[in-house]
Design a protein around this ligand. Structure first.
Ligand SMILES: Cc1cc2nc3c(=O)[nH]c(=O)nc-3n(C[C@H](O)[C@H](O)[C@H](O)COP(=O)(O)O)c2cc1C
Length: 455
């Protein structure tokens, strides 16, 4: 079709020309380009030495636990309601006796100053400014007092690993209590260190060593090294120094004898709320609740311990069906977007924790990077809630989400009657418990399941 054309006039062009003022601060410029947590991860990868980045980004063995947990969040379908007034959305929740402006907090992570020199101070001050809780790990690289100083008015939680040297664990816990930390997360999924193969391949140690490979890798990342070499040396709150791989360090620290009675004892030592982190079965969830804790964190440690572990998000519906209202249910592992958090809340979680999403922000830009993580997740939560037609977290319910089936557990056959003979041979045991039939194999594709998946 023939169109009539004319020569553009300067007066027509002027309104189209909108030049943003040039941002002179390189960090701000960089962070403004990140619109998702995946974008922050890409920036973090460019700016952090391979050893430290892989330590953070990686998981155990074949990293299946993490990959599956992330995929489970993507394999859902939301069911929005229309024509609801969502002009204002209240994202705040009550958790462990206090308010959080958002339904997520920062998960405890060890060695955080190694990822970026501002470490826990950046995390806790950003959390305080956003009105969400910050968790300090037993293997944190900032003391409880330092975290309190960085986040004097906000909520700090302390994560406890029971170490072989119990007095050390207890002293550190006492310091956290004295510094006003209000909640204790007792991590129970570490009877042994997970096999973090990326660290083994990278020859990664604590503190990072200057080898020809690390020096070469440092050349395009001068800021990280400059910060690392000119700030306080890496000590951790619980240990003055260590020279060895992280796996060796963890194995030397963790007490593999910790049991349910120890949990009750720890519960009695802490003045505030106590939650158990690393619950992976419904039975264990019920058992710790029976022992009088205030909450549970369904978590497989971000896939860093047992590979092929249960997917915490998939465990949520069955745990919520039994325990919602009797205890507070927190979930983590695999959260990379605000929509993941909304899905978890709809499936019965009271709260969520983010580990790597926070660390990617930290590595991308220190305190401002953590601010960006919180901003991205918060905007995504608000937008998803509005699009679902809900104006408060309490309105979210299982009808908002269908989990699409893949990796569905094959039901175990009913237990066979015990054999009449004394101790069965391994061959007899196998015969007594036939494998599930091929017909119940999980479907390859995605099948919408109105009933949430069984665990
Ligand atoms: C680098 C790193 C260090 C961690 N250190 C600890 C720790 O010291 N104590 C602990 O209980 N959990 C630790 N975790 C697990 C987190 O608290 C959390 O469970 C996990 O990161 C959640 O998964 P996500 O990273 O996919 O959000 C660590 C996780 C990462 C990524």
């Amino acid at each position: 079709m023939k169109m009539e054309r004319r020569i553009p006039r300067p007066a027509d062009l002027a309104p189209l020309m909108r030049f943003k003022p040039l941002e002179l601060d390189a960090r701000k410029r960089r962070l403004a380009k990140a619109h998702t947590i995946a974008d922050l991860r890409a920036i973090a990868k460019r700016r952090t030495p391979k050893g430290a980045f892989d330590y953070t980004d990686g998981a155990a063995e074949e990293e299946l636990s993490l990959a599956r947990a992330r995929r489970a969040f993507r394999e859902i379908e939301f069911h929005p309601a229309i024509l609801r007034d969502v002009s204002t959305v209240d994202t705040s929740v009550e958790i462990f006796g206090g308010r959080s402006a958002m339904p997520f907090g920062i998960a405890p992570t060890g060695f955080t100053r190694m990822m970026q020199a501002e470490g826990e101070r950046a995390g806790s001050s950003a959390a305080g400014a956003a009105g969400i809780p910050f968790s300090l790990s037993t293997l944190g690289t900032t003391s409880p007092e330092g975290v309190r100083e960085a986040n004097p008015d906000g909520r700090n939680w302390f994560q406890l690993y029971m170490q072989k040297d119990r007095d050390k664990s207890m002293q550190l816990m006492q310091r956290a209590a004295d510094a006003g930390f209000d909640t204790l997360l007792v991590t129970v999924d570490v009877p042994a260190a997970g096999a973090r193969l990326r660290d083994s391949y990278n020859g990664f140690t604590i503190p990072p060593q200057l080898t020809p490979t690390t020096v070469l890798n440092a050349i395009p990342r001068p800021e990280w090294w400059w910060n690392f070499l000119t700030t306080e040396p890496l000590t951790f709150a619980s240990l003055s120094e260590w020279n060895g791989t992280i796996g060796e360090l963890l194995d030397s620290l963790f007490d593999p004898t910790v049991d349910f009675d120890d949990l009750e004892w720890i519960r009695d030592q802490w003045p505030g709320k106590v939650a158990v982190k690393g619950i992976q079965t419904l039975d264990d969830a019920k058992a710790v609740v029976d022992r009088g804790v205030d909450g549970i964190v369904l978590s497989n440690h971000g896939g860093r311990q047992l590979d092929r572990a249960p997917i915490p998000f998939r465990l949520l519906p069955s745990v919520a069906a039994e325990l919602k209202g009797k205890t507070e249910i927190v979930v983590d592992t695999g959260i990379m977007a605000g929509a993941d958090i909304v899905a978890a809340l709809a499936c019965g979680a009271d709260f969520t924790l983010v580990g790597r999403a926070y660390l990617y922000g930290l590595m991308a830009g220190g305190r401002e990077g953590v601010d960006r993580t919180i901003e991205i997740l918060s905007k995504e939560i608000v937008r998803t809630m509005k699009l679902l037609g809900v104006s408060s977290v309490a309105e979210l319910n299982p009808d908002h989400v269908t989990q699409l089936q893949r990796m569905v557990p094959i039901p175990r056959p009913a237990a066979a009657a015990p054999p009449a003979a004394s101790t069965p041979t391994p061959a007899k045991r196998t015969a007594a418990k036939p494998r599930a039939k091929a017909a119940s194999k999980p479907a390859e594709g995605l099948v919408a399941s109105p009933n949430r998946t069984k665990n």
